[in-house]
Design a protein around this ligand. Structure first.
Ligand SMILES: *Cc1c(COP(=O)(O)O)cnc(C)c1O
Length: 407
């Protein structure tokens, strides 16, 4: 788990200035993670695509872009916002999953490369863009991930084209005169041990051999960050060495030496650059459990209720005095019992108006916010390289909640 990148005093300043709940990001951390990914394989033709669904704040996208990283889009909306950030069309890769023809056309009209996720979608693509360039997402038959909901390959998911359909892929490519320029996969999210990823890579490279002259082979994302204090970081040096060996081996007998390798990290790029600040509204005992009531409902951070995810929580006390540790359960303000940010945690005594910092909230944090209970989605603030703070998204207002009603 990363340390908080700002002091307690600064946290209270930000809380005063912008209110809570509040997402706070650190430009320096974000740039470090971008550089680590970009430099993962110095001896190979590697491009990094940031999987922007993890966090598509416009300002953060601009920073990622300035680090010479490209971007993956999952929807026309993501394409739209990525273009606003300044990504040129050739730097966007649209990885559609069960999309309509008009969504494919949205990309095709802009010259954005599309990856299709099934034979059915490949055929649809062929019908609306005969002769076009396309990529196909394969499912190598192995998956990985921190929760079954985020394992995105293997025998129990909706994703990708299974390996033994290679023949049908070839037939459709021929029938619609398509040019298959890349293949991709994404086996799942959040691995801290590279073994399973390497197995997936090896299997994708096997599939790649079935297709001559590919321009790229895309291994997907899933690079994990340690959410718990006692977890080790992903060993990038080891990962790099193993990937390099796999690619070198593949290149020995592939017909296009210049083939580009791609990876698609989402979480790894942004998770540790963000914290979520909330304030304690109430403290109570309910049948033996001490509940810390905050403004951090699951409309603000959905990962715990969705995936039982663990986020480290740090207490920032107004008094500056950190007392004895005790066991508490930290909950939000949403009208559901599952609205729990952190269960049975040992933390210094917390009182009303103390501030809590939920660590590693940069990925799948704001991106999954909602207006459930007609709550306002929080503001986002960036701590810039020069130390200044900058509002990069306003908090919702009541007008935002009302916006699309007709009457
Ligand atoms: C979500 C996703 C990623 C990124 O996953 P992380 O675990 O955040 O790295 C990469 N590729 C695809 C296709 C995805 O859907």
């Amino acid at each position: 788990m990363g340390d908080i990148f700002i002091s307690d005093e600064r946290i209270f300043e930000l809380v005063e200035k912008y209110g809570t709940p509040l997402y706070v990001y650190d430009e320096d951390t974000l740039r470090i993670r971008c550089k680590e990914m970009r430099n993962l394989l110095p001896n190979k033709n590697l491009r990094v695509n940031y999987s922007a669904k993890a966090n598509s704040n416009l300002e953060l996208l601009k920073i990622v872009m300035s680090e010479d990283i490209d971007v993956d889009a999952m929807s026309p909306g993501e394409i739209y916002i990525q273009q606003k950030a300044g990504f040129t069309n050739e730097r966007i890769f649209y990885i559609g999953n069960n999309v309509w023809a008009d969504e494919i056309m949205y990309a095709v009209e802009r010259g954005i490369l599309v990856s299709v996720d099934s034979l059915s979608q490949l055929e649809l693509f062929g019908k609306i863009n005969r002769g076009g360039q396309v990529a196909v997402r394969f499912n190598p038959g192995v998956g990985a991930g921190h929760h079954e909901k985020v394992v995105t390959a293997g025998k129990k998911t909706k994703f990708g084209v299974q390996k033994n359909f290679v023949g049908q892929v070839k037939e459709l490519i021929k029938e619609y005169d398509l040019k298959l320029i890349g293949i991709n996969q994404h086996i799942g999210s959040l691995f801290l041990d590279e073994d399973q990823y390497i197995v997936g890579v090896r299997m994708l490279l096997e599939i790649a051999k079935e297709f001559k002259g590919l321009k790229f082979i895309d291994m997907g994302g899933g690079f994990g960050v340690p959410y718990k204090k006692d977890e080790n970081r992903l060993d990038l040096a080891k990962l790099s060495e193993k990937l390099d060996a796999e690619f070198a081996n593949f290149l020995k007998d592939y017909d296009n030496e210049g083939v580009m390798f791609k990876i698609e990290p989402g979480r790894y790029i942004v998770a540790e650059s963000g914290i979520l600040l909330g304030e304690v509204c109430s403290v109570k005992y309910n049948y033996g459990v001490k509940y810390i009531g905050t403004d951090l409902g699951f409309n603000v951070l959905a990962r715990p209720i969705l995936y039982d995810s663990y986020h480290e929580v740090q207490v920032v006390k107004r008094s500056g005095n950190y007392g004895e540790n005790e066991e508490v359960t930290i909950v939000g303000n949403i009208c559901e019992s599952g609205d729990i940010i952190a269960k049975d945690r040992i933390l210094p005594e917390i009182i009303e108006r103390d501030v809590l910092a939920v660590m590693n909230s940069g990925a799948y944090g704001f991106a999954m916010c909602s207006n459930y209970n007609c709550r306002l989605r929080p503001a986002e603030v960036l701590i810039c390289h020069n130390g200044e703070d900058k509002l990069i998204r306003k908090r919702d207002t009541f007008e935002d909640i009302e916006r699309n009603f007709i009457c």
